[in-house]
Ligand binder design. Structure first.
Ligand SMILES: *[C@@H]1O[C@H](CO)[C@@H](O)[C@H](O)[C@H]1NC(C)=O
Ligand SMILES: *[C@@H]1O[C@H](CO)[C@@H](O)[C@H](O)[C@H]1NC(C)=O
Ligand SMILES: *[C@@H]1O[C@H](CO)[C@@H](O)[C@H](O)[C@H]1NC(C)=O
Ligand SMILES: *[C@@H]1O[C@H](CO)[C@@H](O)[C@H](O)[C@H]1NC(C)=O
Length: 367
């Protein structure tokens, strides 16, 4: 279906842009003195395309059909000279080697643990001895995180044999029935997102990365994504604002006497994954709870500046962290407003994004 290839296009565009933006300061310092928003602002609302489901991803304004194709010319014109084809090819190969080194080392020394501890060259999982070690425990759920996280990258690298092997390994060995208390946001972006991407890549009729189909695939990754999301749902219950608890135990739900404070990004950047899951399953629950959280956060923005703080109490709706910014704790809230609009075409997401963009331009100090 068309939206799948557009989704992949967006994914590729994002990877490309990230690489490009990361490299720009080194390659062309002059270009970076004049920071312009990467997209025309504000986004003009788009008319719903007749005959399309509402959530078919839209081409970005000014682009042709397909977001990636539409964005290319503009970026080529702006950055093409600083980033010529030969350099691009060299850096692409370097990125490939770097990924293979990381992936192979993880598989050799750490799998089925969540990640490779690079200092001790062995696997690392949750820190059961110290539940307050949130740095580790928020992310590592004892579910072979790195393997799941690497699935779509293997596909983007065009490595179909390893992709197929890794998918089978995830299906055969990973379970979410674990006594792990993880951060809802981390589990969503890393695990739920990866399972959904890999599922879409496998079932894409166009197979843009080479043959990534899996023999006898029976939507196992989608079922796993569903299972994980159901385990995250308790975070959205018993909250007076609709803003979710930051952490949930995959077996037991929200732990008793759980922290009521969550960061804006953690609570408000779930809509992309939950929305796609809802649409794939035909079950609106997941999108509904994620959208309710975004709207609840949005309603708490300052009446003076329109800005959001970075930490909020989910029961009282009071800002505990009153600083506003675009860094950790806030960043992906804004990112997801725009991405959700591109994916699902809901006007209210675009309006929130444009509003937020304007307020940020007006009120935030430049560093
Ligand atoms: C695919 O990945 C595996 C594991 O990293 C590697 O051994 C193999 O050479 C890769 N194949 C290609 C075609 O890149
Ligand atoms: C991870 O899960 C496995 C299998 O369920 C279990 O044997 C192991 O003890 C768990 N590890 C941690 C650190 O909880
Ligand atoms: C969180 O809020 C609930 C309801 O207001 C309260 O009963 C609970 O004690 C709070 N938890 C903590 C850790 O403060
Ligand atoms: C903003 O104003 C509205 C209506 O005047 C009020 O209900 C709301 O509580 C105010 N919000 C904040 C964050 O002060």
């Amino acid at each position: 279906m068309q939206w799948r290839s557009l989704l992949l296009g967006l994914l590729l565009l994002r990877l490309g842009l990230q690489a490009l933006l990361a490299l720009l300061p080194a390659l062309a310092p002059g270009l970076c003195l004049r920071r312009r928003p990467p997209f025309p602002f504000p986004f003009p609302p788009r008319a719903p395309a007749p005959g399309r489901a509402l959530w078919v991803p839209a081409a970005l304004p000014g682009g042709g059909e397909g977001a990636a194709g539409g964005g290319e010319d503009e970026y080529e014109a702006r950055y093409g000279r600083a980033f010529p084809p030969q350099l691009r090819a060299r850096l692409r190969d370097a990125a490939r080697r770097m990924f293979a080194f990381g992936y192979d080392s993880y598989m050799r020394h750490a799998f089925p643990s969540d990640e490779l501890d690079p200092l001790h060259c062995c696997g690392r999982g949750p820190d059961r001895d110290d539940p307050t070690n949130l740095n580790i425990n928020d992310v590592l759920g004892n579910y072979s995180l790195t393997l799941i996280d690497a699935l779509d990258t293997l596909a983007v690298m065009g490595n179909s044999s390893e992709f197929q092997k890794a998918v089978k390994l995830v299906i055969d060995t990973v379970s979410f029935d674990k006594d792990s208390t993880v951060q809802v946001f981390e589990a969503t972006i890393r695990v739920l997102g990866s399972l959904l991407s890999a599922h879409i890549i496998i079932t894409d009729t166009k197979q843009p990365f080479g043959d990534m189909t899996i023999k006898d695939y029976d939507n196992e990754l989608l079922h796993m994504a569903h299972d994980l999301a159901v385990r995250l749902l308790p975070a959205f219950e018993n909250t007076k604002t609709g803003i979710p608890y930051p952490r949930v135990n995959l077996k037991r739900g929200v732990p008793p006497d759980s922290n009521n404070e969550t960061c804006t990004a953690g609570a408000g950047s779930l809509l992309v994954e939950f929305g796609i899951l809802s649409r794939l399953l035909g079950d609106s629950t997941f999108e509904w709870v994620a959208r309710r959280a975004v709207k609840a956060l949005w309603s708490l923005r300052s009446n003076n500046t329109g800005l959001l703080g970075n930490v909020v109490n989910i029961q009282t709706g009071h800002w505990v962290g009153k600083q506003s910014g675009l860094g950790a704790g806030s960043d992906s809230f804004y990112e997801y407003l725009l991405k959700s609009y591109i994916l699902f075409g809901e006007q209210e997401d675009l309006e929130m994004f444009n509003d937020a963009y304007r307020n940020i331009q007006n009120h935030l100090r430049r560093g």
